[in-house]
Design a protein around this ligand. Structure first.
Ligand code: NI
Length: 230
């Protein structure tokens, strides 16, 4: 799957509350949670376990459940508890790395199919700090508005450019999809989006859903039945 932006995952109210909890900390050295290869290039801080982290996780998970774009694109089976990081001062970058394929989850091992970063700082409040995702020979720089998220394949090499002014706060987590294969997931997403627009157009036309739209919706669900691993 290509990179996908989820605009306005967190609204202004949620961002304000998140800001208060993030200010509480406490913050730890980010290397404590990285694998060996990643730890060598990781220079950031991570929010320690505590009341602030709990509240923040709840806020993000609730927002995800209300995001149709996330649900359609990720087809989530399980989501790892969101974590929070901070880049500033001497702890200001994360070099090129790939996220671990398998991560520990309360219900056993979780396969990370998708990575997600929620930007929490206004982009004009810091310099640098782009998320750079390698696609073929290029690195695509991503720096989104506060509250927006980027969903991208966990299989990609990526890094966070050094923050040279201000601080960059973000939330990150991994998703195990019901559909492990990215190409199958992409086909389902494209079909779901087209069907949504078609259905909307037919509803606006006042004659209700056509038999063809109903049939294609059935095909979507039958493909999902074929490809999903529950
Ligand atoms: Ni990463």
């Amino acid at each position: 799957m290509m990179l996908m932006r989820l605009p306005g995952l967190l609204d202004g109210d949620s961002l304000a509350r998140a800001g208060e909890w993030l200010a509480q900390g406490p913050w730890l050295d980010g290397r404590t949670t990285a694998g060996t290869q990643a730890a060598a290039v990781k220079r950031n801080e991570q929010l320690a376990e505590g009341p602030a982290a709990q509240q923040l996780r709840h806020l993000v998970l609730q927002a995800l459940e209300r995001q149709p774009l996330f649900l359609s694109a990720a087809l989530p089976r399980r989501v790892l508890p969101p974590a929070f990081n901070r880049y500033r001062g001497a702890n200001n970058e994360y070099g090129a790395h790939i996220d671990q394929a398998i991560r520990a989850h309360a219900d056993g091992a979780l396969r990370a199919d998708l990575s997600c970063t929620v930007f929490l700082s206004p982009p004009d409040s810091y310099d640098g700090g782009e998320l750079l995702v390698r696609q073929g020979g290029d690195e695509l720089p991503v720096k989104l508005d506060a509250g927006d998220a980027l969903l991208y394949p966990a299989s990609t090499v990526h890094r966070v450019a050094p923050v040279t002014r201000g601080e960059r706060l973000a939330c990150f987590f991994w998703v195990e999809s019901l559909v492990p294969r990215a190409d199958e997931r992409q086909l389902l997403f494209d079909m779901d989006m087209a069907l949504m627009r078609l259905r909307q157009r037919e509803m606006d036309g006042g004659n209700g859903e056509s038999a063809e739209t109903v049939a294609l919706t059935g095909t979507y669900h039958n493909l999902l039945r074929l490809w999903a691993r529950t």
